[in-house]
Design a protein around this ligand. Structure first.
Ligand code: ZN
Length: 125
């Protein structure tokens, strides 16, 4: 690609892309997957969980090398892990958006190159 597409659509896409790029340098603490809360009973007959909803169990579910992993998360870590998972999702969305914008810019560039070529051809007649 030797020529950047021009025009209002191209500049709108580029502005959007750089707004995203500025917003996201690559954070070093992102987490994949999703954090979920479930409840489990420990099985001890005299534990208070026997009558209640059970002990809260936080887990982080994520894919690693094509396999699903579930990692138990200490309750005290849950807030921080949730923030890191949300930051990871925002980052992935941003990366996808940059890819999408680049593909649109490529298509626009091709369209403009074609238009330029055909107008040169017609003016030479
Ligand atoms: Zn219990």
């Amino acid at each position: 690609m030797n020529q950047e597409p021009r025009g209002p659509e191209a500049s709108r896409l580029r502005q959007r892309k750089f707004a995203v790029l500025r917003r996201f340098s690559i954070p070093d603490n992102l987490l994949p997957g999703s954090l979920s809360l479930s409840h489990t009973r420990c099985g001890k007959p005299r534990c208070r969980c026997a009558d209640g909803p059970g002990h809260p169990v936080w887990s982080l579910t994520f894919m690693l090398h094509g396999q699903k992993h579930v990692e138990r998360i200490p309750a005290a870590w849950a807030d921080q892990v949730r923030q890191r998972v949300e930051a990871g999702r925002e980052f992935q969305d941003a990366v996808r958006e940059v890819f999408r914008i680049n593909a649109q810019l490529l298509a626009l560039s091709k369209k403009q190159a074609r238009a330029k070529h055909s107008s040169q051809r017609s003016s030479s007649r």
